[in-house]
Design a protein around this ligand. Structure first.
Ligand SMILES: NC(=O)c1ccc[n+]([C@@H]2O[C@H](COP(=O)([O-])OP(=O)(O)OC[C@H]3O[C@@H](n4cnc5c(N)ncnc54)[C@H](OP(=O)(O)O)[C@@H]3O)[C@@H](O)[C@H]2O)c1
Length: 310
């Protein structure tokens, strides 16, 4: 069986995307095939397109990029036991995987979760790459507890805006850094929003239990100053700085580990209205749409997500 897909035949800018028919490979035992209803733009997808990771892992061209996916299951592998044909799911396509910028995509069942009926497609399409890293960083690595104080950098981002809500929902006191949308971030649960254009967060905050860093560089280095002794810092973008960790007597971690997939927990919170995703702009899921969506993401301030819909 063949599918229409958006492919790149080489690394490069967004003009590389083109529509092409591709043969769908046979499913491995624990994989599911879904008819794609939506996807989204994640910074990771743009980095893969640009070849940022070409020395870390190889992708085969023509390659179908795109990580977030939602749609109905049309076929299941022989050992799939969590899902049935017809289930509506969302999930994260493996980096060397098939989809998500495609008519059909292949997902490992461990990377997927059922989508509850009241969740709009554009929200389901935005969930995996925001919910999974935010949850893993806060709870699996960061060990956040109710009543603790957490600083989440990049509050307007996909991961940051999700992390603010998950942390608040877990009973934490949440601080965030952002350049825009201050009132909206307070509505999501931030007690204090620090404007990174005008203020130094390290002069505003101290004695925190946890920092989640989605920004890196200066932001990462100065985050050590706001932690209490034995505090924790989890970065999504920087390897642990052991010297700073020793100096400030804190634990520094990088989010790369494999944890149980928390997606169904977050799907439930979204369905109950406890967690929201702001979809700033949608584009059609074809080569022109993917190009325009990634260009829009790179050229504009985005609060939340840019989504691709079939
Ligand atoms: N390690 C992992 O497993 C993992 C998983 C997911 C994501 N990531 C990485 O985590 C990062 C964030 O992902 P994302 O999807 O949330 O990206 P995103 O949606 O682009 O969000 C990044 C946010 O950071 C804000 N920002 C930029 N500079 C800042 C500063 N100095 N202080 C505070 N906020 C600042 C941006 O706001 P402006 O519009 O104002 O610039 C933007 O809202 C990306 O680099 C991504 O590749 C890593």
């Amino acid at each position: 069986m063949k599918t229409n897909a958006v492919v790149i035949e080489d690394y490069g800018d967004s003009s590389k995307f083109k529509d092409q028919e591709i043969e769908i490979p046979d499913l491995k035992p624990k994989q599911i095939l879904i008819k794609v209803a939506g996807s989204s733009v994640a910074p990771f997808d743009i980095a893969v397109r640009n070849g940022v990771f070409k020395n870390d892992f190889e992708i085969e061209f023509p390659a179908i990029t795109g990580t977030d996916v939602t749609g109905k299951i049309v076929e299941i592998g022989s050992a799939v036991d969590k899902f049935e044909i017809g289930d509506l799911v969302c999930g994260m396509v493996g980096v060397k995987g098939f989809g998500a910028y495609s008519e059909y995509a292949i997902l490992g069942q461990s990377k997927a979760a059922k989508v509850l009926e009241n969740i709009p497609t554009e929200v389901a399409a935005s969930l995996p790459m925001t919910a999974i890293p935010a949850y893993n960083a806060l709870f699996d690595l960061g060990k956040l507890q109710a009543g603790e104080k957490v600083l989440i950098h990049g509050g307007t981002g996909g991961v940051g805006s999700m992390a603010i809500q998950l942390a608040k929902n877990a009973g934490a006191i949440v601080y965030t850094t952002a350049g825009n949308d201050f009132d909206k971030l307070k509505q999501l649960g931030a007690t204090k929003v620090i404007n990174y254009h005008e203020e130094k967060f390290e002069e505003e905050l101290s004695n925190l239990d946890l920092v989640i860093d989605t920004v890196g560089h200066y932001t990462y280095k100065h985050s050590f100053e706001v932690l209490k002794k034995s505090g924790r810092i989890v970065s999504l973008v920087e390897n642990p700085d052991d010297k700073l960790a020793d100096k400030y007597q804190v634990e520094a971690m990088y989010l790369s580990g494999k944890f149980d997939n928390p997606l169904s927990k977050v799907v439930k919170l979204v369905s109950e209205g406890k967690v929201k995703i702001n979809v700033q702009q949608t584009f059609p899921l074809n080569a022109d749409g993917v190009r325009d969506a990634q260009d829009y993401y790179e050229d504009n301030h985005v609060f939340g997500k840019v989504v691709l819909l079939k």
